[in-house]
Design a protein around this ligand. Structure first.
Ligand SMILES: Cc1ncc(COP(=O)(O)O)c(C=O)c1O
Length: 390
């Protein structure tokens, strides 16, 4: 029904991904997609734009209804509407919460490798990231070492953890049992858990995620959940997100934090775009998930056949592939520089994600099949060049 084969050129649109490139470069790094937003979202934005008056905005009841019905229908979770707070983005919400819920020099626990901007939200606020590295199991999937997590949480300087659920960049969907353990440990050690669930709608066909706050009363009590339509519907530039905090005392703090930092008010398109996504775009999203899954299969086949030194980590969520390049190098900054200079391909070197990320590359699958094929050919030729240079 929708066309994911043709993507428009994004050059000249002020795109972080494309307009920062040298001529001819192909960027598959930053986590946005090359697909236009669903027609229903574009129509809602166009309708709002056509009105022509763009003064200050409120959050209407229909915005709450859109989130409540989406989480009920897609994720089997009842959101209490009074627990929902609008925010301009997940990162602004996380940064505000770090400032409000911790004091300077306290430690914030993160499970690395993880979305690099978590480090910024912690360090830029004068707090200390405490990395609790994830491990790779015999099945090729990442898992968390609970004993290590408990050791980190029992540090009295740790009062906050940022959980990534599902996890960028390793693509893990955490199970109910795994999340339950996190909640129990957090409750035991007095740690609040920010659960960043921005990737939750981007699961492989047939897979769904478990909202952290839905797991148990314990998880609910300790949780600050960040959700948004921006990643799944490719509208990050609209800046529209929500924070869900069921526990009233904690909610008041988060509400105060977001308002103090003045990130609690929507621009004139934020509400219309989110409502359209959550009330009209389920069919578009399901086709998108199929398309990303096909792109993933194509990429895995290509790697196995043409670049067997690179191994993709097994994943069931996000449109990002986490590629283990340890057979080639333990310095993927250098490898990515080589791919860029010899093959005009821009990927994310993994060191910025922490832990042993310096042996990995993150690869964005969310583009047209044709562009992906070009990218894979360039990857092959860049890797050949790299090997020759060694
Ligand atoms: C895990 C995660 N959280 C947050 C964001 C960005 O959120 P926002 O654009 O709402 O600030 C991203 C973007 O890639 C992400 O991967």
């Amino acid at each position: 029904m929708y066309d994911f084969d043709r993507v428009p050129s994004r050059l000249g649109t002020g795109s972080l991904k494309w307009d920062d490139c040298a001529p001819g470069e192909l960027p598959l790094w930053v986590a946005d997609m090359d697909f236009p937003a669903a027609p229903e979202i574009r129509a809602a934005i166009e309708k709002r734009a056509a009105h022509g008056v763009f003064g200050y905005n409120i959050i209407p009841d229909s915005w709450y209804d859109a989130y409540v019905s989406w989480w009920r229908d897609r994720h089997g979770m009842t959101l209490d509407r009074e627990g929902l707070i609008f925010c301009t983005g997940v990162v602004p919400a996380i940064s505000s919460c770090v400032r409000k819920l911790t004091t300077p020099a306290e430690k914030v626990l993160i499970e690395t490798p993880v979305y690099n901007i978590f480090f910024n939200s912690i360090l830029n606020n004068g707090r200390v990231p405490l990395e609790c590295p994830l491990k790779i199991g015999p099945d090729g999937e990442y898992f968390r070492d609970l004993a290590a997590l408990e050791k980190s949480m029992s540090d009295p300087q740790v009062t906050l953890m940022i959980l990534c659920n599902p996890h960028n960049p390793v693509g893990r969907i955490w199970t109910k049992e795994e999340l339950s353990h996190v909640g129990e440990l957090a409750s035991k050690h007095g740690v609040t858990v920010i659960s960043d669930e921005i990737h939750c709608d981007l699961t492989d066909p047939g897979f769904s995620y478990v909202p952290f706050a839905s797991v148990s009363d314990t998880c609910r009590r300790v949780s600050v959940t960040c959700i948004a339509p921006t990643k799944a519907f490719n509208i990050a530039g609209i800046q529209t997100a929500a924070v869900y905090v069921p526990e009233p005392h904690l909610r008041h703090k988060v509400w105060r934090a977001i308002n103090t930092d003045e990130v609690a008010e929507p621009n004139s398109f934020a509400v219309a775009a989110a409502e359209a996504a959550f009330t009209k775009c389920a069919p578009w999203l399901d086709e998108l998930r199929e398309c990303i899954f096909e792109n993933k299969k194509l990429t895995l086949d290509f790697l196995q056949t043409h670049i067997p030194e690179i191994k993709a980590i097994k994943s069931h969520a996000t449109y990002l592939l986490w590629l283990d390049c340890s057979k080639l190098t333990d310095d993927t900054d250098e490898l990515c520089d080589c791919l860029r200079s010899t093959a005009s391909l821009r990927l994310s070197p993994g060191a910025q994600f922490g832990a042993d990320g310096h042996k990995f590359i993150r690869f964005n699958l969310a583009t047209s099949r044709d562009t992906l094929k070009i990218a894979l050919d360039r990857l092959k030729s860049g890797i050949d060049q790299y090997k020759k240079s060694k």
